[in-house]
Design a protein. Structure first.
Length: 410
């Protein structure tokens, strides 16, 4: 038994990447015991519904779990939940946990995810200012979103906009404050930003662009009463959500002396600078053969793909990470699906029209399709995945011609 424990493969973190890795190892009949140590009290769960259907109350907590706890334990593995890994002693291959126990590992996988970026401004300690990252955060926020309440969201990215959509559907008065000149500027092109702006404004959300937040105004009993802006205005608020991005959780890896640079550095086999330690998910800056440069991604697809790569590496298979990244978002009746990274495009091609509420934007670089954003057009996303993965060269005329069947392009 002691020997078995020493050889255990330990996963640090109990999020999407950790759960996907456990599942992949079970499917591959991995011959060693796996111990997952997760700080949160829940078995591995999916976060996307936290700003969508779980926030709106359409689904319950159990439906978020990737698998029931019994699936992992039934396969002979352990979940140690509600416990944090505090230290990695690489020389002795031993972890120290927050309950003061120690745990030996044979192979170690870091799946520590990310934490929210905080807005440190005057008044940021006031009650009623929220961040959204876990189940408990959504539970607390949902309780405050009664019809007529004034919700101010700082940040017009994916999560801020999804919450805006969920809350406005419930009759909450929503204001979105975005510092940039357009919504989701970091991840999408002008057409999509304009479409989302129109969608939110048309649903009664007060969207303010080019708006810098300077702090929070205090009301009674230490509660927030407003958000102050650089132009001197104050936007009244009963509840505030700050959603300004995440920071990779690298503290444990850095303290252990692993190479980190805005993420734990891993190669295409998800190996860190220590050959017995792998890292996957939001916490990594990784090499993916699909890209020319090291990349950091915050998405379920990346968490799952890297988990599969880790499972292959642990099984001794030669399967490097080589996938085009993809994302999705649901806002109102809009199903947005995105594949590839559009930032470096030199040409954009529209297929369909925003008025039809079903369209796609193809992003090209030197004639090759490098990314596709599809709204309510799943076929454009599915075909786009193939085009982007194989960097297909297709003319703008063909992509925009609705008489050309997209399927014929692959
Ligand atoms: C509200 C919300 C909506 C989202 N919507 C989408 C979406 O629509 N589409 C999409 O693709 N992505 C979405 N994402 C992003 C996606 O959920 C993440 O990219 C994904 O969860 C990353 O998985 P991960 O396992 O790397 O990290 P996480 O899921 O963050 O899990 C990391 C876990 O590790 C634990 N941990 C950290 N340090 C330690 C330690 N020292 N000891 C023990 N445990 C530790 C943390 O507590 C956490 O539970 C969303 C995220 C949020 C928050």
């Amino acid at each position: 038994m002691e020997n078995e424990k020493q050889d255990a493969t330990v996963i640090v973190g109990g999020g999407h990447a950790a759960g996907a890795l456990m599942t992949a190892l079970i499917q591959k009949k991995y011959p060693h015991e796996v111990v997952l140590v997760g700080e949160e009290p829940y078995p591995p769960y999916q976060r996307p519904p936290l700003s969508k259907t779980y926030l709106s109350g359409e689904v319950n907590e159990e439906s978020l779990y990737l698998k029931p706890r019994s699936v992992y334990e039934g396969a002979g593995h352990q979940l140690r939940l509600g416990v944090r890994v505090e230290n990695i002693d690489r020389d002795n291959k031993t972890l120290t946990l927050s309950d003061q126990s120690t745990l030996k590992y044979g192979r170690l996988i870091l799946a520590t995810g990310s934490h929210v970026r905080r807005l440190n401004a005057p008044g940021s300690e006031l009650k009623g200012i929220h961040y959204l990252h876990d189940i408990a955060d959504t539970d607390t926020l949902r309780d405050q979103l009664s019809p007529g309440a004034r919700l101010v969201i700082v940040g017009g990215g994916y999560i801020g906009l999804e919450v805006a959509a969920s809350a406005s559907k419930k009759g909450v008065n929503v204001t979105v404050l975005e510092g940039a000149e357009r919504l989701m500027q970091r991840v999408t092109g002008v057409e999509m930003s304009s479409f989302l702006y129109a969608k939110h404004s048309g649903s009664g959300v007060d969207v303010r662009l080019n708006t810098a937040v300077t702090g929070f105004k205090a009301g009674d009993q230490g509660r927030v009463a407003g958000v102050t802006l650089a132009n001197g205005e104050t936007v009244d608020a009963d509840v505030v959500l700050v959603s300004i991005g995440v920071i990779p959780e690298t503290a444990l890896a850095e303290a252990a002396g692993l190479s980190c640079e805005d993420g734990i550095l891993v190669d295409e086999y998800v190996r860190t600078s220590d050959p017995s330690i792998l890292a996957i998910g939001d916490c990594t800056r990784h090499r993916n053969l699909f890209f020319e440069k090291m990349q950091r991604l915050e998405s379920v697809a990346n968490a799952v793909d890297q988990a599969r790569t880790a499972a292959a590496t642990l099984m001794g298979e030669d399967k490097p990470y080589d996938s085009a990244p993809w994302f999705w978002s649901n806002q109102y009746d809009v199903r947005l699906q995105m594949v590839g990274l559009s930032q470096d495009h030199d040409e954009r091609v529209m297929r369909g029209s925003t008025e039809d509420k079903a369209f796609a934007v193809f992003y090209l670089r030197e004639g090759c399709v490098i990314a596709v954003d599809a709204v309510n057009m799943p076929i454009a996303f599915m075909v786009g995945k193939q085009l982007v993965q194989h960097r297909k060269s297709i003319s703008a005329d063909v992509l925009s011609d609705l008489d050309v069947e997209l399927k014929s392009l692959i």
